[in-house]
Design a protein around this ligand. Structure first.
Ligand code: SAM
Ligand code: SF4
Length: 333
């Protein structure tokens, strides 16, 4: 699959549910209404859709949500997709199946994930202070997430920590998070807040440009440029003092669109060609209309042909409105 700007689409993110056992303040309102079940694709439908993307050249799939591990029987999807790893099919075949999770259920599922073929997981963790954690996630319990990270590492999963950098909330914790993560052999990636979804919070106050964070860290650490790439949008440096990797995802201060190789599928079968644009294609209609894989393939081609050049994220100080009204919990980040 090649889009109109010559980018090869090889990466699919699949949000398997919009539900979550946390209510992170930058992601969801406290009282969310979730999608009715009839609108959500079954696991079999998700498998068929993801399979169609693999047949068309997708090499890496990241399962996300909402919280993917709260979807009932989600391991069945991991197992089905995991069986496609290394199989050469119509295209090159699936090379990697990964997961982004809040970590709350990892103690329970780490081993099964490994059995299914998952080798790396991203765990979102913005603070290691229990009170702060509770304030940020509203419903989360830090001890469960830390136990989940332990279980993941014990099961042999490579863990990367994703931390959303928030002014006045966790900016004083970035250095200690880095020491902790690197001390345990985990990469750390910092993420800027993105203006997605109406969440009844004021994002301008929390927006912390990672260029500032990086400059501050550089006073204390030697940040060596690195060519390391995971296929995602993060840019990495190596921290000489810890020997670990530090990534930066900066949708607002640095345009990462030129190298964008990804599309996002929601649990309702809506395909978003860009995280920062509203245009989308309804693949659920194509999946439910018939068992005809050619029609599905044609619907995917038509969507890829509309992938836009880039996003228009701005945190607008005048309107304070988000650039995109759907929350991250729908598209999965
Ligand atoms: N529930 C899982 C988790 O938290 O890892 C997966 C889905 S969550 C939507 C994926 C990532 O998006 C998390 O790392 C989360 O911190 C991040 N995220 C959510 N809302 C965001 C926002 N407005 N700006 C930047 N990152 C956001
Ligand atoms: Fe749930 Fe992840 Fe959103 Fe937090 S960031 S509310 S854990 S989906």
């Amino acid at each position: 699959m090649i889009d109109p700007f010559g980018r090869h689409i090889t990466y699919l993110r699949v949000s398997v549910t919009d539900r979550c056992d946390f209510r992170c303040v930058y992601c969801m309102g406290e009282h969310m209404s979730f999608l009715p079940k009839a609108e959500v694709l079954t696991l079999e439908e998700l498998e068929r859709l993801a399979g169609a993307f693999i047949d068309k050249g997708v090499e890496r799939i990241r399962i996300t949500g909402g919280e993917p591990l709260v979807r009932r029987d989600v391991m069945r999807l991991f197992e089905a997709l995991g069986r496609r790893i290394g199989q050469s099919g119509k295209a090159g075949g699936l090379k990697e199946l990964t997961l982004t999770t809040n970590g709350s259920q990892l103690s329970r599922f780490a081993r099964e994930l490994v059995s299914a073929g998952v080798r790396r997981v991203n765990v979102s963790l913005d603070t290691r202070d229990p009170d702060r954690f509770h304030a940020l996630t509203r419903w989360g319990q830090l001890s469960k997430v830390l136990a989940g990270i332990d279980a993941a590492q014990e099961a042999g999963l490579a863990v990367k920590i994703n931390m959303v950098a928030l002014r006045g909330t966790n900016e004083d914790e970035i250095a200690s998070m880095l020491e902790w993560a690197h001390g345990r052999g985990m990469d750390l990636t910092l993420i800027e807040t993105m203006p997605l979804g109406e969440i009844g919070e004021d994002r301008v106050d929390h927006y912390l440009p990672l260029s500032d964070v990086r400059a501050k860290l550089a006073e204390r650490y030697t940040l060596e440029e690195s060519s390391y790439q995971t296929g995602g949008p993060a840019r990495y440096v190596r921290v000489a003092e810890t020997g670990g990797r530090l990534g930066f995802i900066t949708p607002l201060t640095h345009n990462f669109c030129e190298a964008c190789n990804r599309v996002r599928l929601t649990c309702t079968g809506t395909l978003y060609m860009c995280l920062g644009q509203n245009d989308a294609a309804d693949l659920r209609a194509a999946v439910r209309a018939s068992r005809d894989d050619e029609a599905l393939s044609a619907a995917i081609d038509a969507a890829i042909a509309r992938k836009p050049k880039g996003h228009d994220f701005v945190i607008d100080r005048n309107t304070r409105a988000p650039a995109v009204s759907r929350p991250m919990s729908l598209t999965g980040g």
